[in-house]
Design a protein around this ligand. Sequence first.
Ligand SMILES: *Cc1c(COP(=O)(O)O)cnc(C)c1O
Length: 449
Amino acid sequence: MDDLLLDAARRGSRYLSTLRERSVAPTPDALARMHLLGGPLQDDPIDPAAVLAQLDELGSPATVATASGRYFGFVIGGSLPATVAANMLAAAWDQNAGLQTASPVAAELEKICRPWLASLLNFPEATEVGFATGATMANFTGLAAARHAVLADHGWDVESRGLFGAPPITVVVGEEVHASLLKALSMLGLGRDRVVRVPADHMGRFRADALPTISGPAIVCIQAGNVNSGAFDPARDICTRVQGRAWVHVDGAFGLWAAASPSKRHLTDGLDLADSWATDAHKWLNVPYDCGLVFVRERRHLNAAMAASAAYLIEGESRDPHLFVPEMSRRARGVEIWAALRSSGRSGIAALVDRTCAHAQRMASALRDAGHEVLNDVELNQVLVSFGSAEATERVIAGIQREGTCWCGGTVWKGRVAMRISVSSWATTDDDIDRSIAAIVGEARAVLG
Ligand SMILES: *Cc1c(COP(=O)(O)O)cnc(C)c1O
């Protein structure tokens, strides 16, 4: 085991240290060789060292270098050094984090992180947290707590009776709602198409003045950090208008982390008035996949929605992690969160947010200076750029992905095709930004002539 683990660590370290030289997207040759990992399953065992070597030789080149500082696709962070190392140690531990009795340390780390996270994100002190797989499941879990609470208020126990015959729940979302939130609503029996959609402004923000009149059981879903523009819905205005007549849920997959930076915190004004929040740790906090967080103001609603009991699930004295998320057996996600927060401290997290936002600003001004149109107000870490026509923009995006210096995806923003740049990684340096700007400007010149 010893040699094997040292070999894995050495290979992992070499992978990371050679990311600077390789193309961000895997080469066609690397993709073509992946099939060598397959073939019919052989009869006899193979030495684990040889298995690891094959995985590294064929698998590593076929990765997208999302851990490099020049990956700007979707909203994908890297992994802070302490979190990669902690993740390797935790793999050796192989803890089942569902129950405190099965893993005291996993349960304790979640307990320790709860008040740290609540204070970083500026939530009420008693806010509860569950460690889920990502923002999709965090949205699902927060909305399950919401479903429980608004129906309990109307005398209906949804966990025992289901939704058949229950009073209908009005669900309000903004026009720019993220697809994963609609997916969560569909999985909860709340339906993705029966929602009331509120129009958005030019940055994609929920127009609070268009909020419908609310009566009966209701859930209002708002967004902190639009996946394209990075914009925040006006939480204070919305929560004030709702005035306790609905449960307010916030999808803040990356935007919530703005609260950790004194210079960006103003964007999150009023979010503390909501009832539940979902965020990712694998995006802006830069922990390895997969890790999301759900927060609920009142623990009882979360526990009621996630309750499970059986004689053999001997419950620990304080906090069994499975009572806060859908999963029972699961990995110890608190390990990397703890390592990220412990190694960074408040100032380190604030610096990560500030640095990535500054990189986005710099990218936006350089592209503007080169004559290209930036379509959003760059308030956070997201930049949307047009290179003229839809066709030209699509060609620049395809070209930059092929060229390999960096990776940027595409989107359609307010009817216009745009390149989407998300700076979310701790690993991005000034040099990465300069090299990427040069590559994008060069590609645009080649396309536009
Ligand atoms: C990424 C994202 C999600 C989904 O998060 P996953 O981690 O992919 O499940 C939800 N909402 C917003 C705003 C996002 O950016």
